[in-house]
Design a protein around this ligand. Structure first.
Ligand code: ZN
Length: 133
């Protein structure tokens, strides 16, 4: 169902500032991409098996902008990979978890993604990613 962690999503005010910090740690972005459907610019960095997704809002009313307004910059979500996102969503829904999405949507790298509401996950927004690469 879910076989591994995929990435940690971090909300930043300015992607360039976030990237500068991770460059200081020795990490270069593998990709930087606008995801208009999510209203974000996303950069992926990899440290060994762990990916970090830095997210800057492209809109003042976007989910990342609103998150930063309420809670400041910081960890936004934890993503897990699955090869069957619809199956995983069905199982989680059947187990009583509240899903943000009724259908998978297109995320960064054109991957299918769906979110589990933090209310159902001890305060953590969970992302399911159907990873094809
Ligand atoms: Zn993510």
């Amino acid at each position: 169902m879910i076989d591994r962690a995929h990435h940690v999503g971090i909300a930043v005010k300015r992607l360039d500032d976030g990237l500068a910090l991770y460059r200081t740690l020795g990490l270069e972005p593998e990709s930087v991409e606008d995801v208009p459907t999510e209203g974000v610019r996303a950069a992926f960095l990899r440290a060994g098996d762990v990916r970090v997704e830095l997210l800057e809002s492209l809109r003042s009313d976007g989910v990342i902008a609103r998150f930063i307004e309420r809670r400041g910059e910081g960890v936004h979500h934890l993503a897990f990979a699955t090869d069957d996102i619809r199956g995983a969503m069905g199982r989680l829904r059947a187990a009583g978890l509240e899903l943000v999405d009724s259908e998978p949507r297109r995320g960064a790298h054109d991957r299918l993604v769906a979110f589990v509401h933090p209310r159902s996950a001890h305060g953590v927004l969970l992302e399911l990613v159907q990873d094809t690469d």
